[in-house]
Design a binder for this molecule. Structure first.
Ligand SMILES: Cc1cc2nc3c(=O)[nH]c(=O)nc-3n(C[C@H](O)[C@H](O)[C@H](O)COP(=O)(O)OP(=O)(O)OC[C@H]3O[C@@H](n4cnc5c(N)ncnc54)[C@H](O)[C@@H]3O)c2cc1C
Length: 386
């Protein structure tokens, strides 16, 4: 892997860095406090083409790749994770399944508006009784032989981007049949927002990511055309495993951004804050904390970029994506804890970005596969389990 960014990737990094500091940073704290989705910021991200970064130009994308998406996510999360997860879920979970598994017609119908940010897509996998063990999906989709429609019943929980004013669709996994030995056949089906019987609960009250949208979804005899099946019937399980493998790289880039943001804020504060007659950054105890934080952010960056470059090159990347996600989320939590400590009492005040980073870090060890699940994947790749 060449660890230098190409001129195009470096230009993208600078553009998103500037946007994050000039547009996101001054406004996002208020949205976060009000638990409000930042439509104006998301609209601007759409205008910049961020939602179309890894998609082909013929569908309205920017013709970039997963590396480009990771770079944008890292720079956004360096300043704020709510906008970063809105982008991550919109691209990796909302649009990518349609890009990877959709028919030509589905791509033409959905991708241009998803790429421009006019609409957001969501991915409904998790259920109240099936998270890590997503094969335990209970939502069902039964084909109505008379009309060819799918009739969907069930509940999904914790679904990002699923209830905003601009949410256009949710791709849900549902049991559509059984194998001869009784195992569930899971398929993915596109459900447009506003379909009768599809209801979206009020936003959750969350510990962090408070300017992002997360909801519980209910499907009560929801009817969608047979043509809304995404990919082959019964392949939904394999599809979401692929989506989650890629998504882990994106979450890892986001976690790296948070870890680096903690360094940025700590360096700034350590040069300003005085105690016992000196700036606290003059004390070796504080210097060593920040040096360790920088080491972790740097190593996390190498890790997600390694996984992304393997994905872009068409090489196997499953283990590297799990390693990157596990490592970067762990160090994001570490760095957020230390950055808060360096800020003293001010670190516990929500007006300081590190307080937001502290609250936003924990979910990184849970979403898109918990740290335990990453360890299971790594152990499997090492041949320890089947
Ligand atoms: C803010 C937020 C946004 C989210 N967005 C989405 C989304 O857009 N789409 C979506 O589908 N989901 C989404 N999720 C769901 C998320 O992916 C799940 O919460 C996560 O996968 C864990 O599932 P669970 O909550 O059911 O925990 P469980 O699976 O019940 O796990 C509970 C604990 O048990 C551990 N555990 C489980 N099995 C094992 C095992 N075999 N060995 C060892 N330990 C084990 C887990 O690691 C964890 O520590 C979101 C969640 C949150 C909080």
């Amino acid at each position: 892997m060449d660890h230098h960014l190409s001129p195009e990737h470096e230009e993208l990094r600078r553009t998103v860095e500037k946007f994050a500091h000039e547009i996101v940073a001054p406004k996002i704290g208020d949205f976060y406090e009000r638990h409000e989705f930042p439509y104006e910021i998301v609209r601007e991200m759409g205008r910049m083409g961020l939602f179309g970064l890894p998609f082909p130009e013929e569908y309205g994308g920017m013709g970039g790749d997963y590396m480009a998406l990771g770079i944008a996510l890292e720079e956004l999360a360096r300043v704020d994770s709510s906008v970063a997860i809105t982008l991550e879920a919109g691209v990796s979970l909302g649009a990518m399944p349609i890009h990877l598994f959709g028919t030509e017609e589905q791509k033409r119908q959905w991708l241009p508006r998803l790429c421009s940010g006019e609409i957001l897509g969501a991915f409904g996998l998790t259920e109240p009784e099936a998270g890590s063990d997503a094969g335990g999906t209970r939502t069902t989709a039964v084909r109505d032989e008379a009309t060819g429609e799918w009739v969907i019943n069930g509940t999904k929980c914790f679904i990002t981007n699923s209830g905003t004013d601009i949410t256009g669709l949710v791709t849900v996994t549902a049991v559509t049949g059984r194998t001869d030995d009784g195992k569930p056949l899971i398929s993915s089906i596109i459900v447009p927002s506003g379909t009768p019987g599809f209801t979206v609960a009020a936003p959750y009250s969350k510990v962090g990511w408070n300017a992002s949208d997360t909801r519980e979804l209910h499907f009560d005899d929801v009817r969608v055309p047979g043509a809304n099946l995404l990919g082959q019937e019964g392949r939904g399980f394999a599809q979401f495993l692929r989506i989650l493998d890629e998504g882990r790289i994106a979450i890892s880039a986001l976690a790296t951004g948070l870890a680096q943001g903690c360094v940025d804020e700590s360096v700034k504060y350590a040069k300003e804050r005085k105690a016992f007659g000196h700036h606290i950054g003059e004390y070796q105890a504080v210097q060593f904390k920040i040096a360790d934080m920088e080491m972790k952010a740097h190593t996390a960056r190498l890790s997600w970029r390694d996984a992304a470059s393997r994905l872009v090159a068409g090489e196997p990347f499953k283990k590297e994506a799990a390693l990157a996600k596990l490592y970067s989320s762990t160090v994001a939590v570490d760095n957020a804890r230390e950055a808060t400590q360096i800020h003293g009492g001010y670190g516990f005040m929500n007006e300081y970005p590190v307080a937001r980073m502290w609250r936003d870090s924990k979910i990184l060890e849970i979403g898109e596969g918990t740290s335990e699940v990453q360890r299971m994947l790594i152990a499997r790749e090492l041949g320890l389990t089947s």
